[in-house]
Design a protein around this ligand. Structure first.
Ligand code: ATP
Ligand code: NMN
Length: 176
């Protein structure tokens, strides 16, 4: 059996890793969708699809499960989104998500969806992690070591701080 788990993973954190560990106990293979793949360099979506592919690929190496990582761009039409996902991914039997819209779209398309309780959601939330990076607070213990390595490699903390400064000053983004 093959499972599908999609997220923006901005960044991939220990809550996601916990989900993957649980999913790995239930399926033979995993398809990990990198959502909003076309988005990057904003405070909500600082990392590129390629950077997130690196984070996820390296992080899930600790589990003994074949994992296919597939970037998936957003569409303007929710009604055809599941077909869009299927067109980009290996076939899967069950989808995992706690995102209400994702759950609804898969269920309407007749795909089995499994949800699970949020794990340490007080700290394991992308928004909280990005805020910690901007404010210079501790964040590295909340993500897998492999994700720390990728964020260092791409100088991600400096990027997200610069984007936040630009936003705060009401400036247009530039490549300077
Ligand atoms: N701590 C967590 N425990 C279990 N599932 C989680 C946790 N955090 C996120 N998820 C689930 O993982 C999937 C992908 O989440 P996503 O990448 O949006 O992370 P997020 O932490 O919710 O980030 P953001 O704050 O940027 O929206 C969603 O189904 C989400 O509900
Ligand atoms: N119409 C669409 O493009 C559509 C619909 C539902 C979910 N999605 C994407 O799926 C991903 C879901 O992940 P999150 O649970 O992290 O929000 C997001 O990237 C979201 O943009 C896209």
């Amino acid at each position: 059996m093959r499972g599908f788990y999609i997220g923006r993973y901005q960044p991939f954190h220990n809550g996601h890793q916990h989900m993957v560990e649980e999913i790995a106990a239930e399926v033979d293979e995993l398809v990990l969708g990198i959502g909003s793949a076309g988005d990057s360099h904003t405070t909500r979506n600082p990392f590129t699809a390629g950077e997130r592919v690196m984070m996820v690929t390296k992080a899930v190496e600790e589990f003994d499960i074949t994992t296919y990582v597939v970037p998936i761009e957003d569409l303007d039409r929710n009604s055809v989104w599941v077909s869009h996902v299927r067109s980009m991914t290996p076939r899967f039997d069950v989808a995992y998500s706690n995102n209400p819209l994702v759950v609804r779209l898969f269920e309407e398309a007749g795909v089995e969806v499994r949800q699970s309780p949020m794990f340490r959601r007080d700290v394991l939330e992308g928004t909280e992690l990005r805020e910690r990076m901007i404010r210079g607070r501790d964040w590295a213990d909340l993500v897998p070591d492999a994700v720390v390595d990728v964020i260092r490699e791409v100088d991600g903390v400096r990027r997200i701080r610069r984007i936040a400064e630009t936003d705060a000053n009401g400036e247009e983004p530039s490549d300077a």
